[in-house]
Ligand binder design. Structure first.
Ligand code: ATP
Ligand code: MG
Length: 572
């Protein structure tokens, strides 16, 4: 490709609304352009990258035996009513509209409904199972906060796959295969990623994993073990029970604590660390109207874990100040675990404490040296809190550390949620109808482009790994319009590289100074650069630069084609 007849429109200025580096660089390098909030054009050079990502995904999905299909973006409401999600899908995310006959439609945010309906028609016998269909298709989600360019867009491209099974054992096998395939895809893209245990949420399936690309700009917080493969979403990571405190019990004391309401106030007043205090939270219960939760002062309640406890009403609902006053006789700032007339669920760490400080259930008073058993009793001991850095890893190896991640993929054992609702069954050997089990496997194709940039850039621009770079090599001739030998040598190298199937961009733009071309080549992130100039040619060399290391060397003009061809071929 010759730059003179290509569309290269780089920008010097950082676009005002681009908060993170991938958004800035993809706009500045002319890969994407905004059409409306969360909606983007892909320019020719950006599309090259997008298509390479798609091909890697396609190759690996095909290798895993998945079958490519293409489902529509526009979906009829009937299918969503059948699954029960027409009014239930994430508030406001579904973009609904009517056709000329006033029938309801939506733009597909995902394709479980259309897929289950398709499978219901195509799959009649258990002998057709297991089967895994996938597509690479546009989705639309009317996100509340589209931002970060294509990282959190409203219109985006996803690879989504849906597998169908006669039983959960077969589902688990395909799920494992997809786990492996996802790792393979992200490894081929040279990403530093982790497979992370995720919440199965309201869908209730039995297993779910997210694939996160590690980046400081990531919106998700992930808990890792410092020494093992363990990784989980922070809200999912288990906080293990600590060794119980064995200090001698001291006598309990009631202390007047005027204007002491928060845990910070309490630890300042008593001059102790918050880890010596217990905070008591009152929530709605299932068997009793209210339930108390006891958490160590320096820990945070984990609503997701808590609302899974049988005694606690889901979704987690805090008691109002009036309800607290009526039940505890004080305002929220003075509640404590001693003498409470309701069940107390203690977090494991809170349950291990001795001689702790807590509210006295009397406004303006706290208790010092309170102790379980002697002064208060809890009805259960649960894991109710978020893990913190330094906690032991739940697998017993190493300690918890936090990192931020960008979710690029999500695999899910759905079970029978959709197949049940939509009655998707096959006949078994005895001619009996069996509801199929389903798995679903999503991967954000356009989001991956941005995630790769987040991990591969410097102050000058993008540094694409060679497999996904829009071009493998850029040739910059110096003053070729004035120098016949520069233009002949550049064209010669260009032609030979092309003949070797190396993707090469010849920056033959007239009227651009070499400095501008160098800066552009770095901004665009092309892995290898060959500079052809009179001075070098007279010595029989060209200058060869590697984008990711910045290493530069003079290479004999006769050797450059071989060298670049070998390098590129070993990397794609
Ligand atoms: P998130 O938590 O980031 O909102 P999600 O969990 O809602 O994503 P899924 O329904 O699991 O997303 O979709 C599968 C994949 O699609 C995600 O892992 C992500 O890579 C991609 N994706 C989801 N929402 C967006 C978006 N708004 N823009 C770009 N890609 C997205
Ligand atoms: Mg997800």
């Amino acid at each position: 490709m010759k730059a003179s007849s290509y569309n290269i429109t780089t920008l010097k200025e950082i676009p005002a609304d681009a908060e993170i580096v991938s958004h800035q660089l993809l706009i500045r390098a002319g890969f994407i352009r905004k059409v409306a909030s969360g909606i983007y054009n892909w320019l020719p050079i950006g599309l090259r990258v997008l298509q390479k990502i798609e091909s890697i995904i396609r190759e690996e999905m095909n290798a895993a035996g998945a079958l490519e299909v293409l489902m529509p973006v526009v979906q009829p409401s009937e299918l969503w009513v059948e699954s029960g999600r027409w009014h239930q899908y994430d508030e406001g995310m579904l973009l609904k509209f009517n056709d000329r006959h006033q029938r309801d439609f939506c733009l597909g945010p995902t394709h479980e409904e259309v897929m289950t309906d398709l499978a219901k028609g195509e799959l009649k016998s258990h002998k057709q199972l297991p089967i895994n269909y996938y597509q690479i298709q546009t989705k639309f989600r009317d996100e509340t906060r589209p931002r970060f360019g294509v990282l959190r867009a409203r219109e985006f491209i996803m690879k989504d796959a849906y597998s169908f099974h006669i039983d959960d054992e077969s589902l688990a096998e395909t799920y494992e295969k997809m786990h492996h395939t996802y790792s393979q895809i992200l490894t081929r893209m040279h990403l530093n990623f982790r497979a992370v245990l995720a919440d199965t949420g309201s869908i209730g399936g039995s297993a779910s994993m997210e694939f996160h690309v590690l980046a400081d700009s990531g919106e998700d917080k992930i808990a890792f073990s410092s020494e093992s493969d363990f990784a989980a979403n922070v809200e999912m990571a288990e906080a293990l029970a600590p060794q119980p405190d064995t200090a001698a019990l001291q006598s309990i004391e009631e202390v007047e604590t005027p204007k002491v309401h928060t845990i910070e106030d309490v630890s300042a007043f008593f001059d102790v660390s918050a880890s010596h205090t217990i905070k008591t939270l009152i929530v709605k219960g299932t068997e009793t109207p209210l339930v108390a939760l006891a958490i160590r002062g320096d820990h945070q309640l984990n609503p997701l874990k808590t609302e899974k406890m049988p005694e606690v009403l889901a979704p987690l609902t805090m008691a109002t100040d009036d309800e607290i006053k009526a039940a505890c006789g004080c305002l929220p700032g003075s509640i404590g675990v001693v003498g409470l007339a309701m069940p107390i669920l203690a977090d494991r760490s809170a349950a291990a404490m001795r001689n702790f400080i807590c509210g006295a259930n009397k406004d303006g008073f706290h208790l010092k040296n309170a102790n379980w058993d002697r002064d208060a009793s809890h009805s259960a001991e649960y894991d109710l809190r978020d893990v913190i850095e330094g906690d032991p890893s739940p697998d017993g190896i190493g300690q918890i550390q936090f990192k931020r991640g960008i979710e690029v993929g999500h695999i899910f054992q759905l079970g029978q949620k959709y197949s049940n609702a939509m009655n998707a069954s096959v006949l078994d050997d005895n001619g009996e109808a069996i509801i199929m089990s389903m798995g679903c496997y999503g991967m954000g194709v356009t989001r991956l482009v941005a995630a790769i940039v987040e991990q591969n850039h410097d102050d000058q621009g993008i540094k694409w790994p060679t497999v996904i770079a829009p071009f493998h090599v850029i040739i910059i001739p110096i003053n070729s319009h004035k120098s016949e030998q520069v233009s002949t040598a550049s064209e010669d190298i260009y032609g030979k590289l092309q003949a070797n199937s190396i993707e090469v961009l010849l920056d033959d733009r007239n009227g651009h100074r070499p400095g501008v071309k160098f800066a552009d080549s770095e901004l665009l992130g092309i892995p290898y650069r060959i500079v052809v100039g009179d001075r070098g040619l007279e010595k029989g060399v060209v200058e060869f630069t590697q984008r990711n290391t910045g290493d530069t060397a003079d290479i004999a003009t006769d050797d450059i084609v071989d060298l670049v061809t070998k390098r590129v071929r070993s990397e794609i």
